[in-house]
Each structure stands twice: as structure tokens, then as C-alpha cells.
Design a protein around this ligand. Structure first.
Ligand SMILES: Nc1ncnc2c1ncn2[C@@H]1O[C@H](COP(=O)(O)OP(=O)(O)OP(=O)(O)O)[C@@H](O)[C@H]1O
Length: 288
């Protein structure tokens, strides 16, 4: 049973489509990097999965149950805004969440906060650093014992130490409970550390979906003479060219021709290649 399946999924705000024609499935136990430029539709997608907004078209199922504008009991969503009560103490915040949720484990929250060492339960939430605030919000999300955890930009505004601690919390959750995690972020190197699956969207459409290692292995970077690209085979995703040299990102490339050097791309190169290609398609469509 897939934790998440989207079929022909779309969301339109007034006249503009934020998410369009999305078809994908996420297998259980994966940590998914939801990647895309600003305005790509990442938050809209997560909010639909969380049941906070309804799709305009298509179907979305979470653990085989259709999502129709209601939060599935097995799903926890942490919005970018970190919804916590700033006037409460940490202890009061935990109690408030316990009172609001039918399924709840205060022990789980203590376990998660225990990973950080030294969280002051008497401190007002509003006085916490950005890092501890995010970690507290994640602990609250985990208190609901989700099987699918959705995190919208959990690493934004965090310093490197806080990012590292936050990633540790997520990795511990996955190791302890096998929770499926979908997290959006622009920080590719951090995502590479914890994620094993990529969902790349741009202009609301899925550009790539799959196991990161498989996706990388299906692509090659070829560097060779600009004058002779005719010997190169495969699906060209993007290219940068100087007078003398071409650097090509290809999917399902044929064997590397003589005179060319071939390597497997890293995640950053791959994502940049797809986003560059998508931007070029947009500008040539505008030029007509
Ligand atoms: N409530 C809304 N009403 C109208 N348009 C919206 C609304 N929410 C988002 N949009 C538009 O939908 C598109 C997708 O926005 P969304 O916030 O989902 O993208 P995102 O990938 O999360 O971006 P970012 O990385 O900047 O957070 C954008 O063009 C945005 O302006």
C-alpha cells in the first residue's frame, strides 16, 4: 500500500494552475525530497495531501483512502509558518497538543525533544531560537504518531548546527518507526544526506519522480567537442555550450562516444539541468 498516490492531480487558484496533471506514487518508508523553485507548487501539493485544501482536478489517496479536504489520521503536516502558541511554555504547548489530538503520545514528544538535550520546558515558546522552535514543531507533529510526515521547508532559516539536529530528529524517526517523510527544501546538499527519493516539480508539473540512486544512474553528463554532438545518443535534458566544448545532461544515454568524457551527475547538477530545461521551454513558449 503506497502512503501517497496522485492521479491527474491539479489545483487552480482563480485562473492560475499551481499544480497540474500530476501523477506519482510514493512507496512506503521513503524519505522524499520535494524539490522545485519558488512558486513551483510544493506547498500547494503538501497542503492538498494534508487535506487542508481540496484539489480542483484528479485524485489523491493516502494509505488507499481518498483525501477529500480532511486530514488523514495517519498524516502529520508541519507548515512553513510553524503553528505554535508563542505565549505558552514548552510544557503547556505539549499539553495543549495532547488535548487537541485523539491519537497522541507525550512520551514520543519527550523522546524527540530528549534527542536535543536540555530543552527548557518552562521557556516560553516565543523566546525559543528558530532551530529549537522548528524542532519543537516537528516533535509536536511526531506526537500524533504519523505514518506519513509532511514537512514544508523544515530547514529554512536554520543555522548549520540546527539543520544538522533537525535532520537527526527526522532520521531517528525514520529508523525507529519507518515513517514515510515528504520534505520540501531548497537545500539540496542537506536533502541528499537524508532523502532516498526525489519528487521534482516545476510550474506545478512533475519533472522527476523516483529513487534518487536509480534516477542518477539513468543520467549521464557528457563533455566533449562542441562541433560534434551527432555521435551522442540519448534524451537530451539540457546543455551548456562554449565555442569549443559542450556539456550535456542526458537521460538513458548511449555508450560514451570517442572523444567524449562521461560521468554520473550528482543531485545538484541533475536538478539544475531539469530546472534550466524547464525555464528554457517557458521562455521559448513566451517568444512563440
Ligand atoms: N492561496 C493562494 N491564492 C492564490 N495563489 C496562490 C495561493 N497559494 C499559492 N498560490 C500561487 O500558486 C503557485 C504555487 O505556490 P506554492 O506556494 O505552492 O509554491 P512553492 O513551490 O511552495 O513556492 P516557495 O518555494 O516559494 O514556497 C504560486 O504562483 C503562488 O503564487
Amino acid at each position: 500500500m503506497n502512503p501517497l498516490t496522485a492521479t491527474a492531480l491539479g489545483k487552480r487558484y482563480r485562473t492560475r494552475w499551481a499544480v497540474r496533471d500530476c501523477d506519482f506514487a510514493i512507496p512506503e518508508g521513503k524519505v522524499v525530497a520535494l524539490i522545485g523553485p519558488n512558486g513551483a507548487g510544493k506547498s500547494t501539493l503538501l497542503r492538498m495531501v494534508a487535506g487542508l485544501i481540496r484539489p480542483t482536478t484528479g485524485d489523491l489517496t493516502v494509505f488507499d483512502t481518498p483525501v477529500r479536504g480532511r486530514t488523514h489520521p495517519d498524516v502529520s503536516f508541519l507548515a512553513q509558518s510553524r503553528p505554535l502558541y508563542r505565549d505558552l511554555t514548552v510544557r503547556e504547548q505539549v499539553r495543549a497538543c495532547a488535548a487537541m489530538n485523539d491519537r497522541w503520545s507525550t512520551d514520543r514528544v519527550h523522546e524527540v525533544l530528549g534527542l536535543l538535550g536540555g530543552v527548557d520546558y518552562d521557556a516560553k515558546v516565543g523566546t525559543l531560537s528558530a532551530g529549537v522552535l522548528t524542532q519543537l514543531a516537528i516533535a509536536m507533529a511526531l506526537g500524533r504518531l504519523p505514518r506519513l510526515l509532511l514537512l514544508d521547508e523544515p530547514l529554512a532559516d536554520l543555522d548549520p548546527l540546527a539543520r544538522d539536529e533537525t535532520l537527526r530528529i527526522i532520521m531517528t524517526e525514520v529508523a525507529d518507526r519507518g515513517t514515510t517523510v515528504v520534505m520540501s527544501s531548497h537545500l539540496l546538499s542537506d536533502l541528499r544526506e537524508v532523502c532516498d527519493h526525489i519528487l521534482l516539480i516545476d510550474e506545478g508539473r512533475v519533472q522527476l519522480n523516483g529513487d534518487i540512486e536509480d534516477v542518477l544512474a539513468r543520467h549521464r553528463i557528457l563533455v566533449g567537442p562542441a562541433a560534434d554532438e551527432s555521435t551522442v545518443g540519448g534524451t537530451l535534458i539540457s546543455a551548456t555550450r562554449t565555442e569549443r566544448q559542450s556539456t550535456l545532461l542526458l537521460r538513458e544515454a548511449s555508450p560514451t562516444p570517442e572523444g567524449w568524457a562521461g560521468t554520473e551527475p550528482d543531485l545538484e547538477f541533475l536538478v539544475m539541468g531539469y530546472l534550466r530545461a524547464s525555464r528554457e521551454r517557458r521562455s521559448s513558449a513566451r517568444r512563440g
